[in-house]
Design a protein around this ligand. Sequence first.
Ligand SMILES: *Cc1c(COP(=O)(O)O)cnc(C)c1O
Length: 355
Amino acid sequence: MTFDIPKDPTFLGDDVIAEINIDPGFGEYFTDHMALADYDETGWHNDRLVPYGAIPMDPAGAVFHYAQEIFEGLKAYRHADGSVWLFRPHSNAVRFMNSARRMALPELPEEDFMTSVVNLAKLDARWVPGGDEQSLYLRPFMMANESFLGVRAAKTVMYCCIASPVGAYFNSGVQPVDIWVVQEMSRVAQDGTGSAKCGGNYAASLLAGEVGYQKGCSQVLFTDATNHTYVEELGGMNFFMVTAKNELVTPDLNGNVLAGVTRDSLLALAPSLGLTPVERPIKLSEVYEGLDSGDVKEVFACGTAAVVGPIGALKDENGTHLASEHAKTLELRQALCDIQWGRAADPFNWMMRVA
Ligand SMILES: *Cc1c(COP(=O)(O)O)cnc(C)c1O
């Protein structure tokens, strides 16, 4: 598929975009265009870049009833010279294929994912904001749209990619946030869909998020569904800790944890900051005791949207465990942001220029 860029695109005025991009928030405004493609028994076809707008759907569309849906999230960054770059988009393309397999959706070939994302970013490059911490968030997604209430994998599927100018994810910027640790609900089951990036996992996490919010925490940390003994991840971010021995530790990809691109990037950057990357099961008790004794110095969460967010405290019904330091967390964040916004060399060839 080619996702051809239309010859006479209709654009919002530069002044309107500039006004929006002063403070775009997160996921509130959307660019002029979106990418679309259809899948049926003939395969993927009808690829197009069209004006952003509502998608007519039959109420019997399978996604409304059985949640057969997956998504991705990646960003385009404007560098100081005005050029526009994507960060590790191939990783998102591959993960999108993995998610599709788990949800019995057709795989979108890597090159088609890339073409749709690159051409949408090129076409709407004017929307990529240039301010501090700002970027254009790209949201590819795929859903079952067959009009049929029988329960089986749908035979017709739709792919779409939309784009939204964004600022910092948390209003508080990089201020540490408190996290509520959940031990009576799970976002994913053992051998469930934890390694797929699908809307259903998010739906399953929202009630716990509300509970955490009532406890004064902006996010929740989930533990393993079997015994609630091991730390897994947040609703949409991976979990890390920095130990007194200068290890950067994160839960291993056991099938229940999403393979974050940010997670992988921080593990790769760790040695250059004097940290030893470690992926292994982490007991919740180890985190609590480590924070209390000082064996665990720092804890943080990471993902494309918020990059790296320091955690000030982990809380549950039994008490609060404070993380007093955030130095390495902020160094990791800075190192990654410097590559993404083109302020530092890119030793891993992570950046891909699109405009
Ligand atoms: C998307 C996501 C992440 C973060 O992945 P990135 O590729 O770093 O954005 C972490 N956990 C879950 C559950 C996610 O859906």
